[in-house]
Design a protein. Sequence first.
Lengths: 277, 368, 306
Amino acid sequence: MTRISRSSAKSLALHATLFVVLGFWMLPLVYMVSVGLRSPSQAFDPVLFAWPVTFANFITVIRDNPLTGIFLNSLIITVATVITVVSVSALFAFACSVLRLRGSLVIYATLLTTLMVPLASLVLPLAILLKTFGWVNTYWGLIFPYSALGVPFAIVILKAFMDDSPKELFDAARVDGCSSWQTFWHVALPLVRPALVFVAIWQFIVTWNEFFLALIVLTRAEMKTLTIVPMQYSGLYMANPGALFAILTLIALPLIFLYVLVQRAFVRGLLAGAVKG
Amino acid sequence: MATLQIDNIIKRFGTVTVIPELSLTVKDREFCVLVGPSGCGKSTLLRIIAGLEAINAGRLLVDGRDVSALAPPERGIAMVFQSYALYPHMDVNRNMGFGLEISRTPRNEIVSRVARAAESLHLGKFLRRRPRELSGGQRQRVAIGRAITRKPTLFLLDEPLSNLDAALRVNMRVEIARLKEELNSTMIYVTHDQVEAMTLADRIVVMNEGRIEQVGAPLELYEQPGNRFVAGFLGSPAMNFLSGTVAQVADGAARVDLTAGTSVMIPLAGRVETGQFVELGIRPEHIKLNEDDDGVPVSGRAAIVEMLGSDTFVHVRLGDETIVVRDSHGRRIGKGLDVDLRLPVEACYLFDQTGLRVSRLNGLAEAA
Amino acid sequence: MSETAQLPRRSHSVARLTNFAFVLPAVVLFVVFIAYPILWVAQNSLLSAGSEGGTRYAGLTHYIDILSNPTFWTVVRNMFLWGVITIPVQMVIGGVLAYCIERHTRAWRGFFRTAFFLPVVTSVSVVSLVWVQIYAPYYGIAQEYLKHIGITLTYSPIGDPKTAIYALIIVNIWQWTGFSMLMYIAGIANMPPEVLDAARVDGARGWRLAVHVIIPMLAPSTKSLLMLGVIGTLQTFPIVHLMTGGGPNCASEVFGTFIFKQSFILGDTGSGAALSVLVLMIALVLSVLQIVFLGTQQSSAKGRSA
């Protein structure tokens, strides 16, 4: 009896501690929402919560700003990048791991080295390259560089999964008469599904939140993405933090919602060994 | 229905030669078992036949047609894999019909073939299940079913029973024997289990280090092993070998002095010379424990006694050597006791130092 | 290799073309958007704008300029501080959280996993602006609440050259700790339970279990986090750009902002390129060091079992 009650007391204490830590951890986000819900007169109060709450800021910023267009820019660039990264890297991982094409391992090793290349060092040449292509202020100007930078990591994960798949399944596919393409589509892709989901979600988060290249490539207002617009609003709403924070909340929400929806699949992919450790 | 002719094939992995020049013909509707210790090249040979491994030289002919350059499905083969290799994301139904789906067989044809295979393998209830929802034995049957639906001319099985537990293995062995009668196709079956080889095969191919040691019907190999390897590989417990030297050769027979301390006269088929090192082979079940029986007497000490109920295996120390005696008479032999054995000359084989059998066909085989 | 054997396939030339298609997209992306830019910066770091819009060979001038620029050394110091503080602190907090959540919660496990990860998915520009407000003098909540525990901030920590970089590091740690937590959760969840049972049979409990069994078994997670932390450090840009712009007086400058200023604000392509090359070389040296000291595990990803 004492043992059970002691362990449940311990568990209670641990949960309580976790909740307290989480409470502190969430302060910046809570504060963000809280300031967004204030009237202009309270906006500068140095307190976490202020009463009463008002949705006026949200209504104003939604009415005054083309947030839908900006949201769509982010969505188009991100979705296209995710699709490109997942398909390109799945194809390559398959060539490496299952088809074992001559030379593919050498290319794989080369791609691995780019895992360590910081985007910061590529921004300048990419900017000039995209200018040459006439891709400044276009979706392509971000989709392709993002894909190129995302592919190596995705390949590493997908290749590890394919390497771990039972080899006899691919033999069975050949006995069943599958071409390389059919083996890829009917056998390899379904086998590594958790990894594909993981890679897609991760690439989505990274692309949606990328800032540096977007800042340089997207200069026209109607092309801008959600990540780079807060800057201009911070100038616009300098005197009205309530409105600024309302808009920041609106910008942060889509990805938070999306993550909450897919987190189960994301963690499942991670636990299945997408990133072992 | 097909005759398979393997013609001087060579297989190398990089610089390692796995199969140095091998030829074999498997007759139409024959159940041919490739058997040998692990790493002997039997699975590689099967994968070559399937078209999963390329060959470095030689040809493969099915019914006289050269298939060496053809892809697996074009060879008319089907294969059952050791790990079953069922597609985990497809249900049983689609797993069994997938090959037909890829070859664009009409839908209704696929349905009827899968239904027939499922019925014959008692899988009707499981068609909608995924492989992970099946037991090992059921997965095994799906793997076989998948092969059957293709109506193969050549049916290849790669150690299909090795992942099953002992009881199921016996059941599936019976099942495969039944299938062999039903299917009427040429079957090539790889195993390292000699019981499977003996019970299922029309013909056994014993392989070792990429070479064929001997080909023949199960009992033929058991009773007339061509060399020491085959003699030692088939039979459980394995054949006993006693070292000795040839003391005298006369009248087509050799007198062999065993290291264990006796002399035996063995009728010869091959050549041996006086003073040559030889090994005498005798199966555990042929050694008599009864002093009244005929045969060459040897005596030793019972070192280990294994009682299985029906049989008793007695490991007898003869000097530095140990031989196993199988007794089916329910005798109780105490550990550590001195035992007198009789080695019936007609059950003895003689192998020279290269392992080749030099004794004449033994009496047991001739009588049969 | 004189291996001439061909795997049997339908038609060799067709098969080869199809196979080519599997590799080609990745190669094209790599060559155009990674390899070419790297070669481009390498070349342009040696060039200067010449007369009449042309370029002329400038030798190592740009490198010498950069290396003799005191801001460069501030950047190096800041990047060093950034990596040395961020990476271990995130590992410790993330690891402790992961351990508590994974081994001691059940019903609330999914909730905690998700909640602590939310800062990672919050747009970095939103995070930066919110923290600017938190740090703000007079109306920011940081100084207001820290007052109660005896810490007085006379002005915004990001406005003081001495504290700016640390204030930014705190924001970065806050944003990315959830990621470390999730990586350790994956490591803990994948630990074979038999090993933990065996350790318990051996009498290892509590602290000893953690130090002698769990932490060593999480080495793969730790190595991956170290590698990702190093890349993340060298990538650092948005937090600094948005919160301090590298200031005050270049005190919080990092590689990202420095490259941005040299290349796009000053328009000095040559020294921007030289700086990019230096960053690439640092990344190369650090990855070689990691491979040498931590074994050949080249990446964060590893198979589930050998």
